[in-house]
Ligand binder design. Sequence first.
Ligand SMILES: [Fe+2]
Ligand SMILES: [Fe+2]
Length: 303
Amino acid sequence: MKSRYSYKETFESGQKVAWQVEDIIGGEKRLDFKRPFLPESLARVDSMDFLSAEEKLLLNQIRGYGYLYTFGLVEEFILPFVVDHARPHLSGDDYRTRALLRFAGEEAKHIQLFKQFAAEFQGGFGSACNTIGPPEEIARAVLSHHPLGVALVILHIEWMTQRHYLDSVHDDGALDPQFKSLLRHHWMEEAQHAKMDTLMVEALVESCSPAEIETGITEYAALGGLLDGGLQQQVEFDMQSLQLAAGRTLNRAEQDRFRSIQTQALRWTYLGSGMTHLKFLETVGDLNPGARRRIEEMAPAFC
Ligand SMILES: [Fe+2]
Ligand SMILES: [Fe+2]
């Protein structure tokens, strides 16, 4: 398979980006809890007319907290996966080694950044927010799948991050500037990760039989199902967090509407926006055009 990307080009574009955790969080750089954190296309709180304006803002921020928590969580399995992928061939191509180790190093940095964000959020939000996990357990479950399935999930996540920032965050002037800055810095490094993961998928495919490629694609779908189960649990947690923060209990009809709107919001955020990304579909289509069609057919349920 001829690659669209190269380790050298990806490594060199990454050189221009590098930032330090302490440069973008802490000190004077504080979250502003008077402003929304997530763009409406991901948060989908506007149509929830049974919530007051204050409650919509609280839910937006709960979703923002969950968003960066979820990135930290997936990075817990991306980090060991990339290190394992780099390890067997450290001496062949110096650009490959440096680019993969930087990919891993950046994910370790993002994990640390998002932990610091979580501590600051918890200090300023005023009430507790529950999240799915623990990350180590989810990482173990994910990494027990076929490496090609895991690499496809990571590819989906990396392109999805690009799309969220470019389509929804970049031009949104209402968002809290500090939260937006975290998203922007994350996006800048993830741009290289999406290319690196394409190279990882291509390398894995070279050593796979057609049957193994089929297994990898099936496992990608299975991992999507695993994530979808987690998202449904997260919707319940978000509803509890909102009720705690707002100091009131939603009635049965409001709870049902909350579940239906937010399930679809989380599905779009973490599943639909990745499954329908053209770059992701391009790579899957190269492996197996039938698999691309199957993903495209499944996608509307997650959009
Ligand atoms: Fe990341
Ligand atoms: Fe990444």
